[in-house]
Write a protein that binds this ligand. Structure first.
Ligand code: ATP
Length: 309
């Protein structure tokens, strides 16, 4: 089921928490919703899951509209809210039974569904424990199991790995990826590595507006305007090399690399490449070029650039 968000606006008093955003998520896609605190991620996800009504705009999940068919949307969506609220006094298995009944699963199929979820979410060893006795990672698995029990076609996961240790994070990511092959998934996070590792596409939101949309590769390219090279040149005076590099037409900025002063970081003017010029310069001067490595723009830098103001 595709999700189509059109001109969505949600205001709290005078504040536009979400400000006229539009995007589409295709079936089988895992979309990472990335943004700093207060960017509008949760608000957007709640609107898709029909837990709040927008001031303007429309959302369709498959052919269903949030205004006309909210119940149909609820049936087709699995929602893991931020902070994963659960009933601490209930044993895992009873809680899943309760959720299955709430989701309207036929009585005769509840057992089979629960066993399937326990298996999929790796809860076998914990199924008789009270939820309050579980570690955070296992609580998160229970949250995922409750979101998945009715086999929804769409999954909305609000910060699914928040507060987990590195091993748990990897496990939950793998689980989401596995599940996500057949479903439409939106997950939110502040963590770049997370969305990069888990998602097919990244949407960056800041102050209620979308500031970037694409694969991590697209986003890098978008900001690439400048090529950055790490270059190591030997057999020449470092100050002379520095000056000569600065004099090249294509180069915007040269810097010494820390610790190792025969290495330079060269940033090219937007849209140009300086590889050929650097090579020819070394040949002309009789210097030995021992390294020329393009430095990838880090996703962190792109994120900061886009969400700083
Ligand atoms: P975080 O990463 O911190 O969870 P977020 O991107 O999910 O942030 P939202 O929770 O969507 O951000 O909040 C967007 C803005 O709307 C924030 O400034 C927040 O204070 C405000 N906001 C959210 N819910 C309400 C509410 N019920 N009443 C008033 N303001 C709200």
């Amino acid at each position: 089921m595709d999700i189509v968000v059109e001109n969505l606006t949600k205001k709290y008093g005078a504040q536009r928490a979400v400000d006229n955003i539009s995007f589409r998520v295709k079936t089988g896609e895992i979309l990472g919703f990335l943004g700093p605190n207060g960017a509008g991620k949760t608000t957007t996800m709640k609107a898709i899951a029909t837990y709040l009504t927008p001031n303007e705009g429309d959302i369709h999940v498959g052919n269903f509209s949030i205004y006309e068919n909210p119940d149909e949307i609820k049936k087709n969506i699995g929602y893991l809210p931020e902070n994963n609220p659960l009933y601490n006094d209930m044993p895992v298995i009873d809680y899943l039974k309760f959720v299955a009944a709430l989701q309207g699963i036929e009585k005769g199929r509840i057992r089979e569904k629960i066993l399937h979820m326990i298996n999929t979410c790796g809860l076998e060893g914990e199924k008789h424990k009270k939820i309050g006795e579980l570690s955070k990672g296992y609580r998160q698995r229970v949250g995922l199991a409750q979101a998945l029990i009715h086999d929804p076609q769409v999954l909305i996961l609000d910060e699914p790995t928040s507060g987990l240790d590195p091993n748990q994070i990897v496990e939950i990511r793998e689980l989401i990826k596995k599940i996500g092959r057949e479903k439409t998934v939106i997950l939110s996070s502040h963590i770049l590595a997370e969305v990069e590792a888990t998602c097919d596409r990244i949407l960056i939101i800041n102050k209620g507006k979308i500031v970037a949309d694409g694969t991590s590769r697209d986003l890098r390219k978008q900001s690439e305007g400048h090529e950055i090279l790490r270059v190591k040149i030997e057999e020449g005076d470092k100050n002379e090399i520095f000056k000569a590099l600065q004099g090249l037409n294509t180069i915007g900025m040269v810097d010494f690399m820390k610790k190792d002063e025969t290495a330079f970081e060269i940033q090219t003017k937007p849209g140009l490449s300086s590889r050929r010029e650097v090579f020819n310069l070394c040949v002309g001067k009789g210097w030995i070029l021992t390294e020329m490595t393009p430095i990838e723009t880090k996703l962190e830098d792109i994120f900061r650039e886009l969400t700083m103001n």
